[in-house]
Design a protein around this ligand. Structure first.
Ligand SMILES: *Cc1c(COP(=O)(O)O)cnc(C)c1O
Length: 356
């Protein structure tokens, strides 16, 4: 049990107006959760303080060698007024897996959950209620030792910030165009691809810029060794419906294990829909498209939940899926997961956790 000290802001900000589009990641709430770590002392000084800049030495290790991790999940205001988190246990488990991979001290699961609940409760008034909106929660940890040598740090800051976010697709699901990258790679088995850490994102920027210039919204990565097997999209896992079966790349050490990915797989199983986690080559997708059995493609991730893919570009081949429209199952997964998140559908899996 953390003993969380609370310092309430004396200058509360104005809450966003109901018609504010709440562009992703631009508005932050009144408070943040902070906790320190020091070797020998452990995690300590848990506190909720006004949202504010942090002061670090220019030599702080995070700036030089990137020892940092982050997570992303959401809080929702259910129609009956309850505040719900979606599968926070999965994010916490993944956070500690990331921590172990990059030598950051773990945070006890129950302390992590307590911190999430406490900060969401504190700024509950910031949870938007309009259809499709939510409160995005961004926990992260940075290495703060003022030291230029290379080793795991002895001091860290754990911070949780909150950001009200609008509907990812204000006009309903909107298919995206995906660029399949065959030059650069994001991650390799044995590397940090399965950890949620900034290093994977900085490795992706150049391709993302190139894809944007070509009119594509995100990059789909192939495996780092043979450039043959499909891994995942920028910040989403990827699913295909091929001839009636839902197929997604098997977690192989370089793919981020998404919570939304896991939720979709679970839904398939309860619906009796065949689902396979296995290696998927780009040639298989190309052939399936050619033969007309590539029925749907969609990405999964906390931000958009489900992102239908209307077009894939691989080398000179442009593969249109569903004539650029939305697949039946993409819509069904979206409606079901968001229905559970908002407490509108029965939560048979016990996925939601109420913040009281
Ligand atoms: C966070 C993330 C995802 C999606 O994970 P969710 O838990 O479903 O939000 C997928 N790929 C990468 C690289 C990510 O960082």
């Amino acid at each position: 049990m953390l003993d969380i000290r609370i310092e309430t802001t004396t200058t509360p900000k104005e809450l966003p107006k109901a018609d504010n589009p709440l562009k992703f990641g631009t508005i932050f709430t009144d408070h943040m959760f902070v906790m320190n770590y020091e070797t020998g002392k452990g995690w300590h000084d848990a506190r909720i303080v006004p949202y504010q800049p942090i002061s670090l030495e220019p030599s702080a290790m995070v700036f030089h060698y990137g020892q940092e991790m982050f997570e992303g999940l959401k809080a929702y205001k259910a129609e009956d007024g309850r505040v719900l988190l979606f599968r926070p246990d999965k994010n916490i488990e993944r956070a500690n897996k990331t921590n172990r991979r990059i030598c950051i001290p773990e945070i006890p699961d129950e302390d992590f959950l307590q911190a999430l609940k406490a900060i969401v409760k504190m700024d509950e008034a910031w949870i938007p209620t309009k259809q499709g909106t939510s409160l995005y929660i961004r926990p992260f940890i940075i290495a703060t030792d003022p030291f230029l040598g290379v080793r795991p740090a002895d001091t860290y800051l754990f911070i949780i910030i909150l950001s009200p976010v609008g509907a990812y697709y204000p006009e309903g699901l909107n298919p995206v165009k995906i660029w399949i990258e065959d030059e650069y790679v994001r991650a390799v088995k044995g590397g940090i691809g399965e950890a949620k850490t900034g290093g994977n994102y900085v490795a992706s920027l150049k391709s993302q810029v190139k894809a944007h210039e070509e009119g594509y919204s995100q990059v789909l990565w192939l495996d780092g060794v043979e450039r043959k097997y499909i891994e995942e999209v920028g910040a989403m896992n990827i699913f295909f419906k091929i001839n009636g079966t839902i197929v997604t790349p098997k977690l192989n050490g370089s793919i981020l294990p998404g919570v939304t990915r896991d939720s979709v797989i679970n839904l398939c199983k309860t619906w009796g829909l065949p689902v396979e986690e296995r290696r998927v080559s780009i040639d298989e997708i190309y052939e399936a498209h050619k033969s007309g059995t590539l029925e749907e493609v969609f990405g999964t991730g906390t931000a958009a939940v489900i992102s239908p893919v209307g077009q894939l570009r691989w080398e000179d081949h442009i593969m249109k899926v569903k004539d650029g429209g939305i697949g039946e199952y993409s819509q069904k997964f979206y409606d079901t997961i968001t229905g559970i998140q908002l407490g509108r559908l029965e939560d048979k899996f016990n996925w939601t956790v109420e913040v009281k």
